[in-house]
Design a protein around this ligand. Structure first.
Ligand code: NCD
Length: 322
């Protein structure tokens, strides 16, 4: 037995969130992802590591890129991947979610990738099944693989996350991407600034060790990374800003505001993008600076690594249920 077999560098059964993971655990996931970046650029992208394994993508919310990315990741490792899209409108949550989990559990999947509109639903489901569970986004809580792919993108461009100033801008209140990124970046020694109108900042967020700004010019000053977020209007019940036009004028990323960041600052966005709402189309397509497409590429590598590590762990006796 080698050291990795006895003391795995990611000793958890699930990947439910970034909160609570150690720097070493995050680094282990990123290092493993790194190897897949090259493989995904080859003509033959296939490996047989997940042969015989079944992965179910259980999506209670719409998704294009995350679902496709997990599907590709599973297939490139030779797993059998099943996609299930469940519309929540017809579902009474709670019991039905557990019923669905129990039904799927009876089919002996190895990994369930779950996206759900309610924060905490994925953890609840993970407590009822025998397989590994990956959180593909739960409400406004966490989206761990997005934060990992963002981190991989940054680490490959900058060599490290340590000491970087990262500005996360826009609809922080509704964003699971922001929450997972705050945990990951803080844990890895980056400095996080949040920039948004007061209505789109979760109350008490300073407790997470971030600096809050309500002005793009100030918040972006000398930062290394500019991470834009989609205005998640489908989650807004009520009025959070006067109009999209005004929002773009104050908080939309254009070249004038970007001039406050470092000259080589990277521009990121998890997608889907609303051009002209949170980001100017030209800035988004400025491939000298925008790494938005690279983020999508890194997503497949990260998900391959997560599937590999979690299925390895399934064969180990004791794991912590994180
Ligand atoms: C994000 C999500 O679903 O949380 N998208 C994604 O996974 N790429 C962000 C968003 O929907 O704005």
């Amino acid at each position: 037995m080698n050291a990795e077999t006895e003391h795995p560098s990611y000793p958890h059964r699930h990947l439910l969130g970034i909160e609570g993971l150690s720097p070493l655990e995050i680094t282990a996931l990123l290092d493993r992802s790194e190897a897949y970046v090259d493989q995904n650029r080859q003509t033959d992208k296939k490996q047989s590591l997940l042969r015989g394994r079944t992965i179910i993508n259980l999506f209670f919310e719409n998704s294009t890129r995350t679902r496709t990315s997990f599907e590709l990741a599973g297939k490139r490792l030779s797993g059998d991947v099943i996609n299930m899209s469940v519309s929540t409108s017809s579902i009474k949550k709670g019991e039905t979610l557990i019923d669905t989990a129990m039904t799927l559990n009876a089919m002996h999947p190895d990994v369930l990738v779950v996206r759900h509109p309610e924060s905490g639903a994925v953890k609840l489901l993970s407590e009822k099944v025998n397989c590994a569970v990956i959180n593909g986004g739960d409400g406004s809580h966490e989206h761990p693989t997005q934060a990992l792919l963002d981190a991989l993108t940054i680490r490959r461009r900058r060599g490290t996350l340590q000491g970087l100033s990262v500005a996360i801008c826009g609809d922080i209140l509704h964003s699971r991407v922001a929450r997972s990124n705050i945990h990951l970046l803080n844990t890895m020694g980056a400095r996080v600034r949040l920039i948004a109108p007061a209505t789109l900042i979760p109350p008490g967020v300073e407790r997470l060790g971030v600096e809050v700004f309500h002005n793009m010019e100030e918040g972006l000053r000398d930062c290394d990374i500019v991470m834009m977020l989609r205005l998640q209007q489908e989650r807004m019940h009520g009025s959070f800003f006067p109009s999209v036009r005004e929002y773009f004028a104050f908080f939309g990323l254009d070249y004038a505001k970007l001039a406050n960041a470092k000259a080589d600052a990277l521009i990121m966005h998890p997608g889907p993008m609303n051009r002209g709402v949170e980001i100017d189309a030209e800035v988004a397509d400025d491939f000298g600076r925008s790494v938005i497409r690279e983020q999508v590429e890194m997503g497949v590598a990260v998900r391959m690594a997560c599937l590999e590590i979690l299925t390895e762990n399934l064969d180990r006796p004791a794991q912590r249920n994180l």
